[in-house]
Design a protein around this ligand. Structure first.
Ligand SMILES: Nc1ccn([C@H]2C[C@H](O)[C@@H](COP(=O)(O)O)O2)c(=O)n1
Length: 189
């Protein structure tokens, strides 16, 4: 047994172990969940994820932007600068917020918070308001100057839906499956 193991065992047996300090907080957890969901998106230009959370910090819905169920990712178009409007993805893609709300595993999403990578468009803002969600936490507002996003803010302001931009405390949250150090974790007693 080396010195590190000995110290670990001594602190375990004396019951003096304290909690980890580098755990992710709730906001990081929910925003990271939204970003993990976005990794499922097939959209070549924007991958957006959303995570709906209730007042008990329980996740009740997750979604990402994608084609409606039954509309094949292979057959429906992913382009947007097309000559025919029918070949434009905007005709078909369901936004992340809409999917997260419709995917809910609870009776409703009243008084919930939605975490989303990109500020919601006007159509999603309507769905957010009508579903009873009262708070929007977003990471990026990069399209914020466009009228559809200004319309969202106007509707949120009128209805009292709180919205605020999340400023990450750390640059990255990494899940590296090749480097999970189970051997350095303490066994359960
Ligand atoms: N809050 C948002 C904003 C955008 N989206 C989706 C919708 C599209 O798939 C894509 C944006 O497409 P673009 O015209 O910018 O290439 O992102 C969303 O799900 N939620």
């Amino acid at each position: 047994m080396d010195l590190a193991e000995l110290t670990e065992n001594m602190s375990l047996s004396s019951g003096s172990q304290t909690k980890r300090e580098d755990y992710i907080d709730w906001t990081e957890y929910f925003m990271a969940t939204a970003f993990l969901a976005a990794k499922r998106s097939k959209d070549p230009s924007y991958q957006v994820g959303a995570c709906v959370v209730n007042r008990e910090n329980k996740i009740v819905g997750v979604g990402y932007n994608g084609m409606p169920t039954g509309c094949s990712d292979e057959e429906f178009p992913w382009g947007k600068n097309t000559s025919s409007p029918l070949d434009n993805k905007h005709m078909y893609v369901c936004h992340a917020e809409m999917n997260a709300i419709l995917n809910k595993n609870s009776a409703d999403v009243k008084n919930c918070t939605i975490y989303v990578g990109l500020f919601p468009c006007n159509e999603c803002a309507k769905i957010i308001i009508q579903s009873g969600i009262t708070e929007v936490v977003y990471l990026s507002d990069e399209k914020g100057k466009k009228p559809i996003y200004q319309a969202s803010k106007r509707m949120f302001d009128a209805t009292g839906v709180k919205y605020w931009q999340y400023k990450p405390k750390r640059d990255k949250i990494v899940i590296d499956f090749s480097n999970i150090e189970w051997d350095k974790m303490s066994p359960c007693k």
